[in-house]
Design a protein around this ligand. Structure first.
Ligand code: ADP
Length: 565
């Protein structure tokens, strides 16, 4: 019951196919119960030489087979139609929740688990309603068979019940163990997928450091654990289907003995003998099916709860979203006594500054000083512990999501570009071709794009590895400009560029500040020089604020920074 409830709280989608599936499956199963009944009638009529009746029942049996098979076809057709919608719904839900993950997700939600769940787990769980319904039908079926038995012979029915309960007891123990090891197997499969996804990202480093053997040792550790879990899972499965099934086999042997004795004493007829054996087979088949469905449902519930964990994590992450939809933002940014810490140690201490529109505000400081954290807070990745951040004098957490992110854009040192064409990458932000070309012209990458054989339709490799560092940064800036954001956050965008590209970006920033608020993290002296205001961070505190020319004369920390760069 709990699994059904949890399943339908995840898969809200219910359509007529599922309802039809339940009805047709039920009718069809009842129909299949008639088959041994007609078969025994045929034998009875043949042995008592009522051949015309025997022919009639052969005909009826043929019709029953036909309807039974057609019913099965229809059952599968209905279920496949339900399944395809359910898969899409759960996949969409899972990915939508992944979009809400915070920066810390990998600590609790390993990448391998997300990748595996988005694929195999969703396929697994789509079968849950089918198996639950099948299981319920098998219960009904077995109940009917017991009633028929009890009517014919209470003692034999009772005997069969004891055999079935014995089988059920041991089979259930196997199923529980099977599910336990299945969960473990998935856990190690997640580890393997997680490492593999990192291998793909770090292929270049793996080759240059020649560390594939070391990585393989790590993978081998998980592979071994996977093997153990898989084997134990499989062992409990085949123990049930072989050793535990002996209970059913020997139950039948004993039943043969009993029935032959009854036959010898003429207490039953041959037709009843066959009917009893046939019903014994039907009950054991039903109880066997129940245990198979139980094993599948248990395994699939492992998948169901794995998906639920991912979705719950997405739901539980901090949603720093407000209700203000005012889109007329000028881009005035203010930090007022802001303090923040990730873990135990304070990262930012009492930070206050104002970044004005049409100005370049530079944030400088040694590595670890807290520069990126300022941008993270501004992007609402975390909530400040103390103080407030304002944009246009309104607390940033009060802005609605869409308004907020259409007014603030970031270009990172390692910006991400999708494995799509240049046009498709830009279209994710704004599909207007003219605006895309204007943005590329403004940042100065249009001519380069047009020189490519396929122009804007050139497919970029994942993370744009087929572009140079400078071209990639210019494309990222063009992408940011397409948002029409007032505020541009630029995090060390020139750190891997040559002097020519840096000079180009410098001139570009001077142009961009005419209609933007620019907040720039940099270690580059030329960019520091063009900043209208520099905030020097030292150990999470503001050391001083001023222009390059003043700071270089008066501030030791800033002087040291300039010596390093
Ligand atoms: P900067 O950009 O000036 O190099 P950061 O803002 O990235 O510095 O980091 C400031 C401090 O916060 C560093 O000591 C860093 O280790 C720590 N830090 C950064 N991000 C995290 C995080 N997600 N979890 C915990 N600590 C972090």
């Amino acid at each position: 019951m709990k699994i059904t409830k949890d399943y339908f709280s995840l898969v809200k989608f219910k359509n007529n196919y599922l309802r039809l599936f339940i009805i047709v499956d039920l009718v069809n199963t009842l129909l299949s119960l008639l088959i041994p009944y007609y078969a025994s009638l045929i034998i009875e009529k043949v042995t008592s030489e009522f051949y015309s009746m025997a022919f009639l029942f052969v005909f009826i049996l043929g019709i029953t087979y036909l309807f039974n098979r057609l019913g099965s076809y229809w059952v599968n057709w209905c279920y496949a139609n339900f399944f395809k919608h359910a898969y899409v719904e759960v996949h969409r839900k899972l990915v939508n929740n992944v979009y809400h993950f915070d920066e810390e997700y990998s600590k609790k939600m390993p990448t391998g688990k997300i990748l595996n769940s988005s694929n195999t787990d969703i396929i697994n769980i789509a079968e849950i309603p089918s198996f639950i319904i099948e299981l319920a039908i098998e219960f009904i079926k077995i109940l009917i068979i017991y009633l028929v038995f009890a009517k014919q012979s209470f003692l034999i029915a009772f005997y069969v019940l004891i055999i079935d309960i014995l089988y059920y007891y041991y089979a259930k123990r196997c199923n529980d163990k099977n599910a336990y090891y299945f969960k473990k197997q998935k856990y190690f499969a997640d580890k393997l997928t997680g490492i593999l996804s990192q291998v793909l990202i770090g292929l270049k480093d793996i080759k240059s450091f020649d560390i594939s053997n070391k990585l393989n040792n790590k993978l081998d550790g998980y592979r071994k654990k996977w093997q153990e879990s898989y084997f134990l899972k499989r062992k409990y499965y085949f123990t049930r289907t072989t050793v535990v099934s002996l209970i059913i086999d020997f139950g039948k042997i004993i039943l043969y003995f009993i029935l032959i004795i009854f036959l010898m004493k003429s207490q039953i007829e041959i037709a009843t003998f066959l009917l009893f054996i046939s019903y014994y087979d039907k009950t054991t088949e039903a109880v066997n099916n129940i245990m198979s469905y139980d094993a599948s449902i248990l395994e699939e519930s492992v998948s169901l709860y794995r998906i639920n964990e991912i979705i719950c994590y997405g739901n539980s992450t901090l949603k720093l979203d407000g209700k203000v939809h005012n889109d007329n933002i000028t881009g005035l940014v203010e930090f007022k006594n802001v303090s923040f810490q990730y873990n135990q140690t304070p990262t930012l201490k009492n930070i206050s500054f104002v970044a004005k529109p049409n100005q370049i505000t530079g944030i400088v400081g040694k590595n670890g000083a807290g520069k990126t954290t300022i941008l993270n807070l501004l992007l609402r990745m975390y909530k400040v512990d103390k103080g407030k951040i304002f944009i246009d004098n309104l607390d940033i957490y009060k802005y609605a999501q869409d308004v907020y992110y259409s007014n603030i854009s970031v270009v990172n040192q390692k910006t991400f570009i999708f494995n799509m064409s240049i046009k498709d990458n830009l279209s994710l932000i704004n599909p207007n071709s003219k605006k895309q070309i204007d943005a590329c012209k403004r940042v100065g990458i249009h001519d380069f794009i047009m020189s490519l054989p396929n122009g804007y339709h050139t497919i970029l490799k994942e993370d744009a590895v087929n572009l140079s560092g400078g071209q990639k940064q210019l494309l990222s800036i063009a992408r940011a400009l397409l948002t029409a954001s007032e505020i541009l956050l630029l995090d060390e965008i020139t750190s891997s560029l040559d002097p020519n590209s840096t000079e180009h970006i410098k001139n570009l920033l001077i142009d961009l500040k005419t209609d933007h608020t620019i907040i720039l993290i940099t270690h580059n002296r030329d960019l520091m020089k063009i900043a209208d205001m520099l905030i020097v961070l030292n150990n999470g505190k503001i050391e001083c604020i001023g222009k390059h020319d003043d700071l270089i004369k008066n501030n030791e920390v800033y002087k040291q920074l300039n010596e390093i760069v």
